[in-house]
Design a protein around this ligand. Structure first.
Ligand SMILES: Cc1cc2nc3c(=O)[nH]c(=O)nc-3n(C[C@H](O)[C@H](O)[C@H](O)COP(=O)(O)OP(=O)(O)OC[C@H]3O[C@@H](n4cnc5c(N)ncnc54)[C@H](O)[C@@H]3O)c2cc1C
Length: 322
């Protein structure tokens, strides 16, 4: 039987997902401001250690994995491999400390990038790399990889990670940074949980600049798209963000961005693209194939979240199957 998603999404799934998001968001915010109450980070890590130690006697030769169910992962794969494994609950989703003097944030791995970033922005800072989908977890971004349109300057998500705390298979807590266990520090990214359970990450911060001056440049051949992308990302300085979307074999829009303070913004060119009634980002971008080169000023937080609603172009296919 085919399910008519469009009929279910508006009245049922959207309100449920809105309430789910609100619960998660407020638990992160309250969790941060009330972090000195309730269980400490060390107690939560101890619970991971206890489970790993129990696995040594109860595991019956099974391998361990995180207990996070497949439906919570961004991947559309059904992670069936977890069914046969010994599941370890990683109930660590708090932001531990935002240190605006040292410009670092200490965060637990199950915190999502969207909630972390909103809390950081409230404190006048952000990450040099903010991966586009709000629901990616810090643990997933470290263990499975993360990237963003600022990566031509800052590298991959792992390159803004200064330190990891892990519970290894013998139940010990291990710290890995450039000086201590440097080999482990370099091996953690893309290790998919094979080296231990991540329990804390220290990430670099950067000041939050409120707007991005965004230039949309349409191109009409593959050669032109490649040339513009290469020029803007590699040969030109001054671009804080570079991103391109190919719409057909020959048509693309290459977007470059420069963070700017409020006084540099041309008010009549502001686009608050994150508002609920605004068109899906990639569809809006496509209109510049006809409009030609255009400049807009986008609030930076709206820019960070631009691919959320359409999940790039997947939402369209999931809902409308066209
Ligand atoms: C449709 C789609 C869109 C994407 N878009 C982007 C994007 O815009 N930007 C971007 O940077 N990346 C993107 N990615 C890649 C994405 O960042 C990675 O797939 C990431 O690993 C998913 O994170 P997750 O939070 O869903 O984690 P999961 O899928 O739950 O975990 C990923 C891996 O990390 C391991 N892991 C997670 N937490 C821990 C922990 N605490 N301890 C030990 N191991 C752990 C898991 O076991 C698993 O092997 C996208 C992927 C997909 C499928």
């Amino acid at each position: 039987m085919e399910i008519d998603w469009a009929k279910w999404v508006c009245p049922i799934l959207l309100p449920i997902s809105f309430i789910w998001d609100q619960i998660q968001y407020w638990s992160i915010i309250i969790g941060y401001y009330a972090r000195f109450w309730g269980k400490s980070h060390e107690e939560r890590v101890k619970s991971v250690q206890d489970q790993v130690i129990r696995w040594r006697t109860e595991g019956n030769g099974r391998k361990m994995c995180t207990a996070r169910p497949s439906w919570m992962s961004v991947s559309q794969q059904v992670l069936g491999y977890k069914d046969k494994m010994y599941k370890v609950r990683i109930d660590l989703r708090n932001v531990l400390e935002i240190d605006t003097k040292k410009m670092v944030v200490h965060v637990e791995p199950m915190c999502t990038i969207g909630f972390l970033n909103r809390l950081l922005v409230q404190n006048g800072v952000t990450l040099p790399i903010v991966p586009e989908l709000d629901f990616l977890t810090i643990g997933g971004l470290v263990m499975g990889g993360g990237i963003e349109s600022t990566s031509h300057i800052h590298g991959l998500f792992q390159h803004i990670c200064l330190e990891y705390e892990l519970v290894t298979a013998n139940g010990e807590v291990t710290i890995a940074n450039l000086k201590e266990n440097a080999d482990l520090y370099h091996s953690v990214p893309f290790s998919y949980g094979t080296l231990g359970f991540l329990t804390r990450v220290t990430l670099k911060l950067t000041p939050y600049i409120p707007y991005l001056k965004l230039t949309y440049r349409p191109t009409y051949t593959v050669e032109d798209a490649t040339e513009v992308l290469d020029r803007e990302a590699n040969r030109k300085s001054g671009n804080d963000s570079v991103e391109g979307i190919m719409f057909t074999e020959n048509t693309a829009v290459i977007m470059t961005g420069e963070f700017v303070t409020e006084d540099k913004v041309e008010k009549d060119k502001i686009n608050r693209m994150g508002l609920w009634y605004k068109p899906w980002f990639y569809r809006y971008v496509k209109t510049f194939l006809d409009k030609g080169e255009t400049v807009e000023y986008v609030p930076t937080l709206h820019f960070h979240q631009r691919h959320n609603k359409p999940a790039f172009w997947l939402t369209h296919y999931w809902l409308l199957r066209s």
